[in-house]
Ligand binder design. Structure first.
Ligand code: SF4
Length: 471
């Protein structure tokens, strides 16, 4: 249940008279990947225009804003900050002018050698506008030698370590690229002759584009005029390490990512979980929304009836005003409410996608018991999360992850369930199928594909905007 956060969604479109509006819609479909800020950069072939603000896509853009974004080529971004504070200067697309013209970039992922690169660039005299890792890509590209923008960008990307799916727009080109591990998804689509790039296919579906294929790990696609060229830009060819958690939780279930249907993967996870850890019970209840497909699979496998006995309030934002009086379990209750009439006197199997700190699961189990359940069994469609992610998912520190320091039995006691079982790594690999070796499982195994730095600088510059001064 939404204890982990994705760090961004990106979108790009080439050669469409309605580029601004279609980018807005693409971002709308990708809103689940980031809710802090949204932005669009657009090119009319001679100039770049950019607009970004804090807030949801629908709050940031309106008819007036979209009407002043002229051009046929655009990129867009929705952000959840995993690196750099949640403030306007860190919103994307990040647009700059440099000696060769203008460029704007939108990035999904985390650059794990960011601190080292930034320190080196600062020692050489670079001045940074933001505190986010994406800005080093711009500085490295601006400083790189090379005839073309894609030569310079390739040179920049080859200095990076970590996760990046990017779309970059200049006055005359749109470039999409994915890091050589392919941590984050990026798909290519087509809409009436216009090329489209998006983090997930749900963005293609909304605008009526059809899915062509994924941008490959280590591939750069350069679009200009009527041509699309593909380059394998990377000077290293590691084993692909696509984020398996995209399939378990982050991506929308109606998307195809890494070449597979997210919904199919999640229901298959539920079926395997049912095989591995079935238990006698009266009903299978998902923690909505992310637990629903796995609960359907679990129910199909075990024959235990599926019931939507937990109802989610879809209109709760990331923060809300707390009540004055103490309401027991308020933070979970405001999002989820059990239907006591269905639950009372029954043996319940709750299906969730993950347990992070354990506190949410503990509250949930208690709420279901308070609603009259006779037994509460918890089944988790991922293996225990023992390690933090450094590749673009906002996980707490290892010390805060309950399974890094507790056995399954101890967690079962802590959350107060009659039984607790997790998906096995073998089961997860089986579901992913023939591609299993091309995924990252580091948050379960600690086997990190790319080394990372743990230090984060303590940025001193605090910028206020007009709203915060008056607020
Ligand atoms: Fe995904 Fe986990 Fe790997 Fe991070 S560590 S990229 S969340 S699988």
């Amino acid at each position: 249940m939404d204890e982990l956060r994705e760090d961004c969604g990106i979108f790009g479109i080439w050669n469409n008279a309605d580029a601004a509006r279609l980018t807005y819609l693409g971002l709308y479909a990708l809103q689940h990947r980031g809710q802090e800020s949204a932005g669009i950069a657009i090119s009319d072939g001679t100039k770049l225009y950019s607009y970004k603000q804090m807030g949801y896509v629908n709050d940031v853009f309106n008819e007036h804003v979209l009407s002043i974004l002229h051009g046929k080529n655009a990129i867009g971004h929705v952000r959840y900050s995993t690196y750099g504070a949640s403030e306007l200067r860190n919103a994307q697309p990040f647009a700059v002018e440099y000696k060769n013209g203008s460029l704007a970039i939108a990035h999904n992922g985390n650059i794990v050698n960011y601190e080292a690169i930034r320190s080196r660039l600062e020692a050489e005299g670079s001045i940074f506008q933001s505190t986010m890792d994406t800005e080093v890509i711009v500085h490295l590209t601006a400083k790189a030698e090379g005839e073309t923008i894609h030569d310079r960008l390739a040179s920049a990307l080859n200095e990076l370590k970590g996760a990046y799916s990017i779309v970059l727009l200049t006055e005359r080109e749109l470039i999409a690229a994915r890091d050589p591990y392919g941590f984050r998804p990026l798909v290519i689509g087509e809409l009436n002759g216009s090329l489209v790039f998006a983090s997930e296919t749900c963005a293609l579906d909304l605008i009526g584009a059809h899915y062509i294929r994924d941008v490959l790990a280590g591939e750069m696609i350069v679009v200009s005029g009527d041509s699309m060229r593909s380059y394998m830009f990377s000077n290293k060819t590691p084993r692909a390490s696509q984020c398996v958690f995209e399939h378990i939780y982050f991506a929308r279930p109606d998307s195809i990512i890494f070449g597979k249907s997210v919904y199919s993967i999640r229901t298959a996870l539920g079926r395997i979980l049912g095989m591995e850890s079935g238990v006698e019970a009266d009903m299978v209840v998902p923690v909505p929304d992310s637990g629903v497909p796995a609960a359907i699979g679990f129910s199909q496998q075990t024959g235990i009836p599926f019931q939507m006995a937990l109802i989610r309030n879809h209109y709760v934002g990331r923060t809300f005003i707390q009540p004055h009086q103490t309401i027991r379990d308020f933070n979970v209750k405001v999002k989820l409410n059990p239907i006591a009439e269905i639950i009372s006197g029954k043996r319940i199997i709750i299906i969730d996608d993950s347990i992070v700190r354990g506190t949410t699961s503990k509250t949930l189990v208690k709420m279901i018991r308070d609603a009259g359940a006779k037994e509460v069994h918890m089944r988790i469609s991922s293996p225990p999360i023992d390690y933090s992610c450094y590749y673009g998912i906002d996980t707490p520190t290892r010390a805060e992850l309950i399974s890094s320091s507790h056995t399954v039995k101890e967690i079962e006691q802590f959350i107060g369930a009659d039984s607790l079982r997790y998906m096995s790594i073998e089961g997860l690999r089986k579901v992913v199928g023939e591609d299993a070796d091309n995924f990252c499982y580091a948050c379960f195994t600690g086997d990190y594909p790319e080394p990372f730095e743990l230090t984060k600088r303590d940025h001193q510059l605090i910028l206020f905007d007009e709203g915060s001064l008056h607020g």
